[in-house]
Design a protein around this ligand. Structure first.
Ligand code: KDO
Length: 341
């Protein structure tokens, strides 16, 4: 029987073409498999791009690319562009978000004993903060976070020491001098309580709206660590910084267990290692920055004043100890934190 002529020419050409087709199909298929096995790792943060706890995510991403090449698809979403500030834990529980930095304030909503870290003048300095969270206290509390929030804490980070930042110059010596000052705080009752304990009139506002609030005068003041006053440019719309040092603040790099539990032990180790490098990068830069920023703000025309910090400490500590928050602090926890060196 005569073979049917084909429009494509000789049998040799056909063989070469099918080899090529096979090769292309193979490449596409393997890329498909590759894309499927890359684990989507979405990160959401309200941080602005210049802040250290925003930049640290790039450290995490780069390290993962080196230690687990092609295994993770890390997507960093800054400026609360994916989830609004404070909404991250719910998004993580629902499987819509894999990683975020959580504040003690976010955690305290579900693990009430965490409110001890929302109280002013409990943690003394960055070194104390790291001793507390990298030791047995941290271990016990992170277990509670995993149980109650389905989130694994990979590393605590130092967010900085919160200071008052006022729109207009004002003599601030003691909490009484903040009477009627509209102090912006993030919008949860734990934050508002801190503002009240400082003697001010707390006004809830999302981080992304603070710059405009200060510029237009809907708020009189805000509180944040100095590196954030710089990176979010609050110094452009304020005239004074008062060094109350009322909260040595911590954030926790957390990962949703819905995601974490589906990683291999090796992937978990790589991700944890990358989170720890990111934390180190943040901590070192932030601590260095805090040492030199007072001079920077002065050079920008701001007054930087030191109040009677003891008066603030006494008044804030009393407010917490007499509050409903202290009632749920596990017996002896405050003493253990105080005794941690
Ligand atoms: C803020 O809104 O003042 C705050 O400092 C609260 C922190 O817990 C954290 O959410 C932080 O904002 C953001 O990461 C922006 O820097």
């Amino acid at each position: 029987m005569t073979p049917m002529p084909t429009p494509t020419g000789s049998p040799g050409v056909i063989r070469r073409r099918s080899c090529l087709t096979l090769a292309v199909a193979w490449t596409l298929a393997s890329q498909g498999v590759h894309a499927q096995t890359r684990k989507l790792l979405r990160i959401s943060t309200p941080a602005v791009s210049d802040d250290w706890h925003a930049r640290m995510w790039t450290v995490l991403k780069d390290q993962l690319e080196q230690t687990a090449p092609g295994q993770f698809d890390v997507q960093i979403n800054l400026n609360a562009s994916l989830f609004k500030q404070g909404a991250e834990p719910v998004a993580m529980a629902r499987g819509n978000l894999e990683m975020a930095t959580l504040s003690a304030f976010d955690i305290a909503k579900l693990v009430p004993e965490f409110s001890i870290f929302t109280a002013g003048y409990v943690i003394r300095d960055p070194a104390h903060l790291m001793q507390v969270f990298n030791g047995p206290i941290g271990q016990e509390l992170f277990k509670r976070v995993a149980e109650k929030m389905d989130i694994t804490v990979l590393a605590p980070i130092y967010y900085g020491t919160r200071q008052l930042n006022l729109r207009d110059r004002r003599n601030v010596r003691t909490p009484a001098d903040l009477k009627s000052v509209k102090l912006r705080m993030p919008g949860s009752r734990e934050w508002l309580f801190l503002g009240e304990a400082l003697g001010a009139t707390p006004t809830p506002l999302a981080f992304g709206e603070v710059y405009l609030g200060l510029r237009t005068g809907t708020i009189d003041a805000q509180d944040n660590p100095l590196p954030t006053v710089k990176s979010a440019k609050f110094y452009e719309v304020t005239q004074q910084i008062t060094l109350t040092s009322h909260l040595v603040d911590v954030l926790f790099i957390g990962v949703a267990n819905k995601f974490w539990n589906h990683l291999s032990p090796e992937q978990q180790a790589r991700l944890k290692g990358a989170a720890q490098s990111a934390a180190r990068y943040n901590n070192e830069n932030r601590i260095a920055d805090e040492k030199q920023l007072v001079d920077y703000f002065k050079s920008q025309g701001l007054s930087v004043t030191t109040p009677d910090v003891d008066a603030f400490r006494k008044s804030v500590q009393a407010a917490y100890l007499n509050s409903e928050y202290a009632k749920v602090w596990p017996k002896g926890l405050l003493e253990r934190i105080n005794a941690t060196k």
